[in-house]
Ligand binder design. Structure first.
Ligand code: M6R
Length: 608
């Protein structure tokens, strides 16, 4: 969601910015632009549409020479996606240029004040207000001016700012939106996320809340909101740069689905010892684990779906009551957190605004928060009291697959560990669960290797109008994620229902040929789900079943059956989701959709 890249140094800035923005494309955007200082003045080019339009307009950056610049990919919030609303925004003489990610909440009142002082605005954006405010307060000292403006802005921002009369500097500031800066022997960089600059440097500084950075070609200075200069520690990024490339796969999503056996292994390995689970980063001793009275899980989208599975697994194994909340609901419902409650915030990006806010709400009420996070150094990772990283590596496709799989593993580890400590499972069960956890990567691999079957089936459904996913218990949680995968990338309307709930309304939508995907991996519920399958089949539904190997009975009521290998019923989500991810993917490919960058979506949802 909005990408920022800035550069100042020995190289031509425009190609560096274009390259960095390309690596942030996964975040989602609808227009792009950049501003480069050519030694005399600042030139700005912006264009609605894909980044390649900007690349073509500037001949890959050649028509915008200069050693300092800022660029942006915009995901529209205030005003339609068009050339005028695209960033950078500037003051009248283009002497002050701004790129922004976030939302300036009080922009209307600020805009009204500036209008009274004679300012006029060309765009509908909140960002232009920041550019004009900088102009209004400018006293020749950029840092002082930026601080004055930031003290008057309410809301969230990651900003990149250039002043034409200070050609040797660019500025960055952050509150509530992600921002990093980096340094190489060739210059200094600003970016919304690490992959944007990984090609140039591995020396990165995570900008903290309400910090301002002044970047020169060979130096960076960090300041507090009180203009106090501070020292910061650099982090060396040790990711494999190739991890953020497609490596021969047609799409990042396909590559990331194929990385799931590794992701699951990487998330399990550091915690799964020979005969026990150790989660050091949890920060809880056995006695504290025994004292947990309740768990609240907060998350959005697929991370929320992982949380729904987490609820079934934690309650089922460790017998701890669990509430799962959509973070956007939790934060505004004044939740009741009782003594002994533990809060878990789940997020791939670690930057999701609602999850971050929900987590802060819990902290405000005095509760410790465990973050299950993928992006190292992200806001949720830094603000959580304890972090359990999912080691999925960079996930580029907007539709999550491998990070979701890793989140499931994190919940399994917690549940099995808590269950053993609280003695709700015995030694034998503990050993069996550990054995089944260890088997998951190979079993996922097996399912991925038989993709042709699901690919063939998916091709028949590229014309589908509606698809329903049904299941009970954990199978309902799997259905939620299967349905989201299909709809978000193929634009086919799909819904997930607890199978028993269909007859309370939704069944009236079933027509001749409507595809219903029934997930049935819980032996105790086989018969119940079969009854629901029979009900929809009698109304003309075409039934795809995903079930455990050996459950042959289901073939009597399904039209097409996918079997998953044998595992403990608490872990079936990790296997059953694979054919559903593949189904969504191949339907979207068959329809010619932009699989990695679905319309209107952003990878990292950093605004409310
Ligand atoms: O980065 P997060 O895990 O916090 O993101 C949460 C959701 O925005 C994300 O899962 C979203 O639903 C994806 N589009 C799912 O594929």
């Amino acid at each position: 969601m909005c990408g920022i890249v800035g550069y100042i140094g020995k190289k031509q800035a425009a190609p560096v910015i274009l390259d960095g923005l390309a690596r942030l494309e996964y975040r989602g955007y609808d227009s792009a632009g950049m501003a480069v200082f050519d030694g005399e003045k600042v030139n700005v080019t912006k264009a609605v549409g894909r980044l390649k339009v900007l690349e073509e307009l500037t001949h890959g950056g050649e028509t915008m020479p200069g050693l300092a610049g800022i660029g942006h990919t915009r995901w529209a919030t205030h005003g339609a996606p068009n050339d005028v609303n695209s960033h950078p925004h500037f003051n009248k003489g283009k002497t002050i240029t701004v790129v922004h990610n976030g939302i300036i909440e009080n922009y209307i009142s600020l805009r009204n004040k500036l209008t009274k002082k004679g300012y006029s605005f060309v765009s509908e954006t909140d960002t232009e207000v920041a550019a004009q405010m900088l102009d209004y307060y400018y006293n020749g000292n950029p840092l002082e001016t930026i601080l004055k403006v930031l003290h008057r802005i309410e809301g969230s921002y990651a900003l990149g700012i250039m002043f034409a009369d200070h050609p040797g500097e660019i500025f960055a500031a952050r509150k509530g939106s992600p921002l990093i800066v980096g340094q190489s022997s060739d210059g200094c960089f600003i970016a919304s996320d690490v992959p944007a600059i990984l090609r140039y440097t591995r020396k990165v500084y995570f900008v903290d809340e309400q910090e301002i950075v002044r970047l020169e070609a060979d130096h960076m200075h960090f300041y507090t909101m009180d203009e106090e200069e501070i020292e910061k520690e650099a982090t060396t990024i040790d990711w494999d740069a190739n991890a953020a490339e497609k490596a021969g796969y047609e799409h990042f999503m396909l590559k990331e689905m194929y990385e799931q056996p590794k992701t699951v292994t990487d998330t399990l390995t550091p915690r799964l010892k020979k005969d026990r689970i150790e989660i050091e980063e949890l920060g809880l001793g056995d006695e504290e684990i025994r004292q947990i009275r309740k768990i609240h899980i907060v998350a959005c989208g697929s991370a929320y779906h992982a949380g729904v599975t987490g609820k079934y697994v934690l309650e089922g194994l460790a017998r701890i009551p669990v509430e799962v909340d959509l973070a956007s609901e939790f934060r505004y419902r004044n939740p009741i957190l009782e003594e002994g409650a533990m809060v878990i915030a789940v997020s791939q990006s670690g930057e999701t605004a609602d999850t971050l806010a929900a987590m802060r709400e819990a902290k405000l009420k005095g509760f410790q928060v465990l973050g299950i996070v993928n992006v190292v150094g992200s806001s949720i990772a830094r603000e959580a009291d304890h972090v359990m990283y999912t080691w999925a590596g960079p996930e580029i496709a907007v539709a999550t697959t491998k990070a979701y799989s890793a989140q499931l593993i994190a919940f399994y580890l917690l549940a099995v560990k808590f269950a053993f400590v609280r003695e709700t499972i015995d030694d034998t069960m503990y050993r069996l669960l550990l054995r089944d956890l260890r088997r998951l990567p190979d079993q996922i691999e097996l399912l991925l290797n038989s993709k042709e079957k699901i690919q063939h089936f998916a091709n028949r459904y590229i014309g589908a109008r509606d698809v329903f996913f049904i299941g009970r218990g954990i199978d309902y949680a799997i259905s939620l994620e299967g349905s989201l995968k299909l709809k978000e990338i193929s634009y086919i309307h799909s819904e997930a229902y607890a199978a028993g709930e269909l007859k309370h309304g939704t069944i009236s939508l079933i027509e001749e040929g409507t595809l219903v995907a029934a997930v049935s991996t819980q032996p105790a519920l086989y018969q119940k789900t079969i009854s629901n399958m029979v009900e929809v089949r009698a109304r003309g539904a075409f039934l795809l079943a995903v079930t455990n190997v050996g459950n042959r009975e289901i073939e009597k009521v399904s039209d097409y059956t996918i079997y998953i290998p044998e595992t403990n019923p608490f872990f079936t989500n990790s296997l059953a989701i694979i054919p559903l991810q593949l189904f969504g993917y191949y339907v979207a490919v068959g329809k010619g959709c932009d699989v990695d960058k679905p319309r209107n979506l952003a990878k990292s949802v950093t605004v409310e």
